[in-house]
Design a protein around this ligand. Sequence first.
Ligand code: 5GP
Length: 184
Amino acid sequence: MPHVMHDDVDRILFSEEQIQQRVGELGAQIVEEYGGRDPHLITIVKGSIPFISDLMRAMDTPLSLDLLGVSSYAGTSSSGEVRLTKDLDSSIEGRHVLVVEDIIDTGLTLSYVLRNLRQRAPASLKVVTFLDKPAGRGTPVEADYVGFTIPDEFVIGYGLDWNQRYRNLPYVGILKRDVYAGPL
Ligand code: 5GP
């Protein structure tokens, strides 16, 4: 029998339809609030790839895009260390930067990213996150725009991985505990 990814999912939190609907709303809201200022979207790879792909197409405005790579996680828990794995291609000085995140949990990654980007003198610096897990927060940092607020559970899909897998699930779900706990 081939391994079926969906069998590892305990339950679905947000369906493909719910995600499309919410991301569409977010895109429209951001465009309205930015007015004439062209946003420069900085996507944190790899987890934000499906989100940026849908979000940018929901933004009917001139915009530009760059990628930033950071890594902070091993398995299902934070290693407590954030590392830059890929730097931006171009300068953000004087630009209206919107950081695009997949999920904010402890806030460690985002606070590192914001500290790093602030030093590069953008005209403005805001954050949109697909998911927010406020119960996990140790570092006081908030997003300006939030797709969905979720309980303190480890979620996968729509870009979010467990050990690099499940990023391609079109929905957001909770992984069965026995998948990451391993066989008894
Ligand atoms: P933070 O630094 O805020 O604790 O975590 C941010 C990063 O940790 C996210 O960009 C994401 O890669 C990972 N992360 C946090 N919570 C989850 C989760 O529930 N599921 C998955 N797959 N990754 C998570």
